[in-house]
Design a protein around this ligand. Structure first.
Ligand code: CO
Length: 170
């Protein structure tokens, strides 16, 4: 498993619902944790490791109970307020930009034990949830950047596209 880099098509696919928590799901979650920690990221979604399933791992550890750092089939059930802040993404090395997100989100999901969990998140955790759940729907943070940020990263995004074509052709 390794991190899928933009513009790999895997990032634009809508990920499938997980209907059984089996060994594959648990092992992939473990591997995703390892990848996220190594990259010093705060979140990672299935499509970002080429696994098109609705699972996210979250690395904002202080704000979550221990068993709820891997979330299966997460859904935002409510959201309030808006907040502008800078974001990055492991699938976009070297690129950051401002994104407006909801300030508070209620997330409903399942943990790896198959238990339903409801989480009210604020601050960075709320932002990570929105960013990672977007990944499950093929939505990327460049889609949501403010027009000024989107403009400022245009060249870097094009570089990633060129690099991807080059690697593909070789
Ligand atoms: Co991302």
């Amino acid at each position: 498993m390794k991190v899928t880099i933009y513009p790999d098509e895997a990032l634009r696919r809508k990920a499938a619902v997980i209907d059984e928590i089996n060994d594959e799901v648990c092992q992939n979650a473990e591997e995703m944790f390892d990848i996220m920690r190594e990259a010093e990221g705060v979140g990672l979604a299935g499509p970002q490791v080429g696994w098109s399933r609705r699972l996210i791992v979250v690395g904002v550890e202080d704000e979550l109970p221990d068993g709820e750092r891997a979330l299966i089939n997460p859904v935002i059930t409510d959201e309030y307020g808006t907040l502008l802040s800078e974001e990055g993404c492991l699938s976009f090395p070297g690129i950051t930009g401002n994104v407006v997100r909801s300030e508070v989100v209620d997330v409903s999901a399942y943990n790896l034990n198959g238990e339903k969990v409801e989480i009210k998140a604020t601050g960075l955790l709320a932002r990570v949830f929105q960013h990672e759940i977007d990944h499950l729907n093929g939505v990327l943070f460049i889609d949501r950047m403010t027009p000024a940020s989107r403009m400022s990263v245009t060249q870097k995004v094009k570089e990633l596209e060129r690099l991807y074509q080059k690697v593909r052709a070789s």
